[in-house]
Design a protein. Structure first.
Length: 201
């Protein structure tokens, strides 16, 4: 069983003088890779299951521990169950952990790049209020940084705005419909057939 700081080391690696991970870590965050999915499944599936049953609630005493739990529930769950209904099975719990931490100020005790993933469950939520909160948080985060880190955080802000626009338009992420066995509307079918990004998954 990993300690929470070991999990953060695995996900972020060493940060450079700008507070950024190396390119290899950044690439694997947002590029679909079956090999990376298998690695996470092999190394962390038991921890994800444990977290889903609140078996890691003692981690929440530290902001970094709460972040590690959020990453298990929000990010690793998606890697392990990519393309299936279970990819979203821990989203509600991840949102609750994030909001609880934000309200307690735990996020502000973390490094900027860590905070970018602390807010991710709100961006993955299909509730418009969560999407609005995510945009606000990423705006504050990006505005507080300059240089290479600021530019990188701007990409998180753009993604948050894109996610918000989809939820504002459809009330849900159409790309999830097949996995969740939801019937797509005609407007959603047109949107999906138009080469829309699949990041809503």
């Amino acid at each position: 069983m990993f300690a929470w700081n070991e999990l953060l080391d695995y996900w972020f690696g060493l940060l450079d003088e700008h507070g950024l991970p190396d390119q290899e870590h950044r690439n694997r965050w947002f590029r679909s890779s079956k090999a990376f999915d298998r690695e996470i499944r092999r190394r962390f599936m038991s921890m994800v299951l444990f977290a889903a049953e609140n078996g890691l609630d003692h981690w929440r005493k530290e902001p970094g521990g709460r972040l590690a739990e959020i990453i298990l529930l929000d990010q690793f769950t998606r890697h392990i169950h990519r393309g299936g209904e279970l990819a979203f099975s821990n989203d509600r719990q991840a949102v609750e952990l994030a909001l609880e931490g934000i309200n307690a100020g735990a996020d502000r005790q973390l490094l900027p790049i860590h905070r970018a993933f602390f807010y991710m469950p709100l961006q993955h939520s299909e509730k418009l209020a969560h999407q609005q909160r995510a945009v606000e948080l990423y705006e504050q985060l990006a505005a507080g940084q300059d240089g290479p880190l600021g530019s990188f955080l701007e990409s998180f802000l753009k993604a948050a705005r894109d996610h918000h626009a989809v939820i504002e338009r459809f009330g849900r992420f159409p790309h999830r419909n097949r996995a969740l066995k939801r019937r797509s509307t005609a407007e959603e079918e047109e949107y999906l057939s138009g080469g829309a990004s699949s990041w809503g998954q």
